[in-house]
Ligand binder design. Structure first.
Ligand SMILES: Cc1cc2nc3c(=O)[nH]c(=O)nc-3n(C[C@H](O)[C@H](O)[C@H](O)COP(=O)(O)OP(=O)(O)OC[C@H]3O[C@@H](n4cnc5c(N)ncnc54)[C@H](O)[C@@H]3O)c2cc1C
Length: 281
């Protein structure tokens, strides 16, 4: 289908974009890579009168070292995140997840910030962001505020970004030297995950952080598993019991790809695999 008619603005700065958002209110929608928004517009699930394109705002693009964190601009494409040496060195879990995100064409258009702002519970970036304790920098007319990953994902397709605000960058605390693995379960290649597990591990195993994709309306931490993994040995026997706790506190959907109890089973199996691979076992 063809989208409903809309006007189009391409501001050159965050300030101009915020002014346009303030002027047009809920008649406006921002577009980043368009990989999720354009299908929504084409299906006429949303029909904004004004589309504000962030593509000309260079300040929103790029990855930089900021001491104990790396900072990823919202408009950085998945392809640029995938090949970035800072991300690979200090937040390798993100590199591992982006390797499995969609296909090369979508990775060249889609953006890190767009995917996180879209907040699809099956999106591949939420669980790694949560596991790494990322912080989201959100700009509005009153200035910028920082929201912890635990508070950023509110519900299905809903985040802490309010009307009139923009996600500008994501700060990811450095996890230098931590092992990482993203275990994604799909029926065919380049699909959204039925379930996926993001695991990052210090030592073998001193500390583990585990995020779950598509096990609820938002990405979730497998906190019972994380606690049980502290001090566990990086062997199948060593992680088995902890992996069995992975579905605790989750609320997975049932759909054509699998029932909720099947997803719980997947979470347990994939957690075991992800943790062992992250630990290099
Ligand atoms: C065929 C196909 C397969 C895909 N497979 C996967 C997959 O396997 N895994 C996966 O994770 N993703 C997948 N995607 C989605 C892909 O990751 C998109 O890049 C992502 O969901 C949206 O990013 P975008 O930059 O294209 O955002 P857009 O589509 O431009 O925007 C998405 C939403 O976020 C809002 N938004 C964007 N940027 C900002 C911002 N800076 N501040 C505030 N709001 C903002 C927009 O208003 C819109 O509501 C797939 C997409 C397609 C079309």
């Amino acid at each position: 289908m063809i989208p409903a008619q809309f006007d189009y603005l391409a501001p050159a700065s965050v300030e101009e974009a915020l002014a346009a958002l303030a002027e047009h209110g809920d008649d406006a929608k921002v577009i980043a890579g368009g990989q999720s928004l354009l299908p929504v517009l084409r299906m006429r699930l949303n029909a904004p009168e004004m589309v504000i394109d962030l593509g000309k705002i260079d300040a929103l693009r790029g990855i930089r070292d900021d001491g104990d964190a790396i900072v990823i601009g919202a408009m950085t494409t998945h392809a640029d995140v995938l090949t970035d040496p800072l991300v690979a060195e200090h937040a390798n879990l993100i590199t591992k997840a982006v390797e499995h995100l969609a296909d090369a064409q979508i990775r060249h258009r889609g953006t890190f910030g767009g995917a996180l702002a879209h907040a699809d519970p099956a999106g591949d970036l939420g669980a790694p962001a949560l596991a790494l304790g990322a912080e989201f920098v959100i700009a509005g007319s009153g200035g910028s505020r920082t929201v912890a990953a635990d508070d950023f994902f509110v519900d299905l397709f809903e985040t802490a970004i309010a009307e009139g605000e923009l996600l500008t960058e994501v700060r990811v605390p450095k996890h230098t030297g931590w092992g990482a693995h993203y275990e994604k379960f799909v029926r065919v290649a380049h699909q959204w995950p039925i379930v996926a597990v993001a695991a990052t591990v210090r030592g073998s195993i001193d500390e583990a952080r585990v995020g779950l994709t598509n096990m609820g309306s938002t990405p979730l931490r497998a906190t019972a598993t994380e606690q049980a993994l502290a001090g566990a040995s990086a062997t199948e026997d060593g992680v088995r019991e902890a992996a069995q706790l992975a579905a605790e506190g989750t609320n997975p959907p049932s759909d054509l790809n699998g029932a909720a109890d099947y997803r719980e089973h997947l979470a347990r199996v994939l957690t075991g695999r992800a943790v062992l691979k992250a630990a290099g076992a």
